[in-house]
Design a protein around this ligand. Sequence first.
Ligand code: C2O
Length: 558
Amino acid sequence: MELWVRVFILVACLLPAVVQCKVRHYQFNVVMKNTTRLCSTKSIVTVNGKFPGPTIYAREDDTVLIRVINRVKYNVSIHWHGVRQLRTGWADGPAYITQCPIQPGHSYVYNFTITGQRGTLLWHAHILWLRATLHGALVILPKLGVPYPFPKPDHEAVVVLGEWWKSDTEAVINEALKSGLAPNVSDAHTINGHPGPVSNCPSTGGGFTLNVSPGKTYMLRLINAALNEELFFKIAGHKLTVVEVDATYVKPFKTDTVLIAPGQTTNVIVVADQGAGKYMLAASPFLDTPIVAVDNMTATATLHYSGTLASSPTTFTSTPARNATPVANNFVNSLRSLNSKKYPAKVPQKVDHSLFFTVGLGINPCPSCKAGNGSRAVASINNVTFVMPTIALLQAHVLKIKGVFTTDFPANPPFAFNYTGTPPANLATTTGTKVYKLPYNSTVQVVLQDTGIIAPENHPVHLHGFNFFAVGRGLGNFNPKTDPKNFNLIDPVERNTIGVPSGGWVAIRFLADNPGVWFMHCHLEVHTTWGLKMAFLVENGNGPNESILPPPKDLPKC
Ligand code: C2O
């Protein structure tokens, strides 16, 4: 191809709103970058020197090629959170699950096609705690000429919520693992990388500003990229109309407050209907377990109407209390799939594999853990604390490498107890690298049951490779006789990350139509590290169209 043609295509593909491109190329240079927040400067791991990282734009049906070049001292892998990765598990990204990490000085091209999805997702590092600064938005526009199922907003903006840590996050988690205790919490929350005005650090500045014109509509693509905290999001004086979560359309509804867990995304429409002025955007933590420490800093940003003087005062918003469970429930209970003719909710009506998974914490012996009095906090699913392998599970599966994992992940807890009541006498877990095997195209129901071990806690559980339908939710222990009678099998919300309520349960259903090895874990990084993770192994179906593709040539080696 002539050089000018190539340059033209490259430039044109950076303008996804204008042209239809089948293949989109991105280059991610993973580099260190000195960054100042809260009056202190530190060197952080970034993509292309940006925090948050660059936004990936694509359209439904596009193929996306992202060359990730690792120029830092850490091993790196990137996950395209929520992208279905049909038959392309090699591009999913979780280190030691679908690939060996990209070693310093090496590169890898993530190659995947976006099928049957449109909306907002995110990408993030999927190794160590690098996701703290290595994350960004992934925007999937509808196919060219296909409208949104709601009035087209005048403008769109990506709003990434995150955390800022004064210390090095790798040091934070290493310290915690040595002691056996919980890690420190972050020092501030952020909106598009900025905490907003902070009293003890005037030079922090005003933070992110969203400029609006009176009467216009704005679609905010909200993303929670924080490591460890669910967040409430509000805008002073403005209602938010929720139209999409996790890249699936929902029945629109109005709310004051959005609840968004790490890994979740939410598109809201805001009408600039308040006339001139400045209005506060606020992101504050939701954590309804009193004994768990929280970063209590509210991140703020500004909605700035055109024609308003910079010096005019900002209209404040209050934020929900950190334990405002009713506010959280009100939001979650309002979510329904759009379930229109064009976007039907394909809820599995019958279940081939009915699984009951307890999710929660435990305590295991740790002779070297002085601060923890010889024991350490762990986490588990069905009492199995997942042990990371040293060869990627997908590689071991496809290349038939023996001894990397076993296929005996239990469908039920090893023993029954009052999950949300008095904990059992023995809080120890077992360890293993176990997967649960599913035949191609089987239907699966998983009831995720929180336990009260150490403390009941809200766990945002994320499933790779699939969207699922959240058919039921309740407090206390799941009752297999009575609770399924109340399941919503018509228009439950479809998503990839779901909060298991503190001291309660959720039931999800999905169709195992994607062959490969798919991670499922709590998206609070501290719980992932502690072992609240497992994987599904979905077997190939008939013929090449129902089988995982062969591994790419440049797949990193362990
Ligand atoms: Cu967003 Cu396995 O993670």
